[in-house]
Design a protein around this ligand. Sequence first.
Ligand code: ADP
Ligand code: MG
Length: 331
Amino acid sequence: MRVAQCGVLKPHLGVGFTAGDEECFELFKDIIYPIVKGWHKFDPYTSFHKSDLNPLNVTFTREQQQKFDQYVQSTRVRAARNISGFALPCGATPTERAGVEKVLKEAFSMFEGELKGKYYPLKGMSAEDEDMLQSNGFLFQKPGPAQLLAVAGAARHWPDNRGIFHNDNKTALAWCNEEDHCRIISMQKGGDVWSVFARFCQISDTISKAAKQNGAKLMEDPKLGFLGTCPSNLGTGLRASVMIKIPELNKDPHALEEVCDAFDLQPRGSSGEHSAAVGAKWDISNKQRIGQSEAQLVQKMIDGITKIIKIEEMLAANPGMTPIQAMKKCM
Ligand code: ADP
Ligand code: MG
């Protein structure tokens, strides 16, 4: 059963299940629903997912903005979007992959104003350009043979029909045919989460409208929301992250993990999932993707990071205090 291939070959890599196409969500419901319940604390048997892509429903106070400006180096909001009628990357044929790229290129050509940009295919890209885009966190890495995408079958025929769209100042980006058909990304330097989310909502709207105008439909389900390859990415498919420097919390990564967990946040290293944190720099984001709306998840990230900063400041001011003690004072 190919949906479980990644879990069988690499049981330590998180979820252990990947969908090969839209039909999997019906066919393997009795595997997916319990995974969703365990991971996101959301029960699709009894609940429906709701979307809210209105940035006005997110509160980011002036005090929060000031603290974020002090600690956060960059902010990024991304989500998965897949095109109905084509198999997902783990199950896609070369023809389907090319079909997805064609639909997305047409959609990208309809981006206007600040979002206007160009699509750059990975095949034929110079090694320097690829390096530059990767080291700045704009582009995905080539999946290694032991990594999730490779063991799940999503790295076949690399780099064919993969690519990246971005606007001139690289604040609006989209990946083509990596883990999902499309990953839409809004990012910028500094900690202005509200503006990054507002731009994300604009990108999301534009891609939905552009796809529709071209006769394509995004994969969406009334219970599960936006569908994605990995059950950890259903619903909003949204990961809102800040790259934050926290030298005190960095001294004990296990405690940091525990503190993040208490606020439903997930820490990652400074160059992506399963990477190391270099120079005390961590990528911290919302953990859940479904059951709460986009606006709610961004709010949760803002409020959680506000607490993380408070804990960091308490630790700096009180040598001898442990992260867990500081966390308890902030709950
Ligand atoms: P995702 O699955 O959300 O795309 P990954 O962990 O695979 O995230 O990371 C993708 C890339 O995005 C990495 O290079 C990572 O360092 C970069 N990145 C993630 N969050 C931020 C951020 N807030 N600012 C800058 N770069 C980021
Ligand atoms: Mg990833």
